[in-house]
Design a protein around this ligand. Structure first.
Ligand SMILES: [Zn+2]
Length: 60
């Protein structure tokens, strides 16, 4: 099965497929397009992390 970047239709390498599995964003992106979306992904991870911290603060 071929995995194509949903933005530029480049075929994804095994490494890029792995990245997409680690950080699923609902679409497949090659490394180049992934980096364009990285800010959005990092922001989401940071928000999830902040929510967890809030949760632990709340429990104290
Ligand atoms: Zn791409």
């Amino acid at each position: 099965m071929e995995y194509l970047c949903s933005e530029c239709s480049t075929q994804l390498s095994d490494f890029e497929i792995e990245l997409n599995e680690l950080y699923p964003v609902g679409k497949l992106y090659c490394e180049f397009c992934q980096s364009k979306h990285e800010r959005k992904i990092i922001k989401k991870i940071a928000e999830d992390f902040a929510n967890e911290l809030d949760f632990y603060d709340f429990k104290k």
